[in-house]
Write a protein that binds this ligand. Sequence first.
Ligand code: AMP
Ligand code: MG
Length: 699
Amino acid sequence: MVPVPEALETVLTETAKSLWFGSGSASTQVSVSTSSSELVGQISAADIRVPSPGYPNYNSSIMDGYAVKTSDLVEMKRLYDNMDEKERGDFRMEFVLEGKVFAGDSNTASISCDDKNGSSNGVYPAAVYVTTGAVVPNEYDAVIPVEDTTQETKKGQMCIIDDKVASVLATTKPWTWIRPIGCDIAADSIVLSKGETIQPVHMALLAQCGVDQIQVNYLPRVGILSTGNELLPSTNTDQCQNGKIPDANRPLLLSQLTTYGNCKPHDLGIISDDDSIEMLSDRLKNGLWDDGIDVIISTGGISMGEKDNMEQVFVEGMGGKIHFGRMNMKPGKPTTFITIDKEGSNGTIRRKLVFALPGNPVSASVCTELLVRPCLDLLNQGVETSEVVNSLDEQVFIRHAVDNASVHDELMATLTKDVKLDKGRPEYHRVSLQRAQTPHDKLQYSYHATSTGVQRSSRVLSLRSADGLMMLPRGGPLGCGQDVAKKGQAYPVLLYQSSSYAMRCGTRFSESMHRRMLETKVKVETSEKLHLGIVVCTSEKEEASGRLDKVRTILMDSLGGEDHVELVNRVVCDMEASYDAIAQRLNEAVCGPEMDNANVIVVVVLGKSGQESNPLPFRTGLDVSHVLRQMTTKHADAMAMRLRKAAASEDALAALFENSVGLVRNASSVLISCSDRGLGEAGTVVRSSLNHLVAMLKK
Ligand code: AMP
Ligand code: MG
């Protein structure tokens, strides 16, 4: 049985190979009309640039008002600024109207731009009435909003309202209330990039660029097949027959795939358990090679039953190769992954991928989510090769593709109730999530997870209202040692996302928690609370109290804060004593009742205060390390080394301290020793390893 993250890595590797065979990227592109409602969620195969002169392609008025020339206003402003109060009261700011341009009018050529001798009062500059969105005629370079004006239509003149004159003169500058050409989108800028998922906003941008067809990545075709003599098409209303059940998997999976937006689902119907291998494989071969199906998902007929023959159909009948046949998980153990390769006449290989999933609907749905979804994302997105293009060999390409493949976004969530752990296998437990405010910081949120109830693989209701799959470890003595995942414990959740263009964090396989479970060989990264005991070794009892608080704060913060760490006890050991006395006191402090409830005990040796240049109690440090070494079993020397390096990165003198990490108290607690120099960095670097260690401690 392969662990699920390993199965996923295999699926991604084989999927990447199929891309390699097919030219090294999402090879095929499809031309789609930008009026198609199906465009959103698809992936653009090319950069789309706005053609010159950009958008808008004319100078457009932002207001209903009057287009004017700011050069005309300069002289008016000079005169006005030099007037006394009375002259200003008599001043009239008037323009001659040259015409009107409404939004949508395209011919503005007839509008004159000459300033007029309008009346015996003197020279009036020209203005043009414009509505919002109308072309501002050439030569005019600002708009005065209609609110600031009165129109004296008889004389064909426009006049600024008296008490607005000062502000109009002060604020009307070149381009006031005008969107100049290209101001929203500069000419030649990219509004949709190659590889970008098309969102509703792109529909507007493509329209503004005048693009009517674009190239998108090919959507792989996925055939869905149900197997079993007991199945009735779900449209059949006569479901009372003994022994018959409606086919729930096809409607479930066909629609589940539709929500992904990364493929074209295709219904392959129901097949009988009694059909011959030959007949079934011939039928499926047609689908694969003639109808252009790229991926098959079959459900049922892959377990140990006498009529479970799907493996034979795919392997013997169709020449497939099995990559794994059992997964170490609940639900979905029998999941089998197969590739079928065929050499074309020109020597190229065409590859089809087959997921033979167990028949129970919950298993089928969860395994589709876990394995098929990332596979289809990779097939549809292709591999951006620019980073590896110079060293493009098959292995590099595949590693790059797998590491960068998009996988489920993840978060840690805290259980709202106890959940019984399965003693045989890790479980991908369906949970609903609720956002909760963290008690200490109102601006931060954490997540609570509630089980969707009985997780039996036939119980489709366990999928209802599920927001994700919580990765619970195998329980019992052969698993994590616990029988129950307790209320308040946090576990990683793989998030369902209902649509491909919903906000996704872009989690890549190589950096996912799911994948890290594989690396560390720890089945699940739990974040069980650390119960921290602190032993401070100091020779300065009287003045140490302030420093003790500082040590506590630094440790609590660096190990994850109050949400993750609970202070169980803090004791002080006097170092002004003989080696034997120090050894005895340390033994009592670490192994005695004071630390009964601690699963992590940190011994911190304080340097002498006020002696910045010579603060390390070198001899004491050595004595403490020596004593602790006798007490611990299973020394974690690599971790101690990391801790020392981290501490030294904050404070070089910390490198002189002999750090140690190991298990104490009959392997029920982790013991760490360090000096107070570089303590923050030391805590931070061991934090995640501590979570693992604590999860594996003897209960
Ligand atoms: P199988 O994997 O074929 O042994 O099927 C396991 C269980 O899932 C059996 O109880 C089947 O009746 C049930 N099952 C198989 N296929 C479907 C389906 N398409 N819809 C609903 N239940 C199914
Ligand atoms: Mg069956």
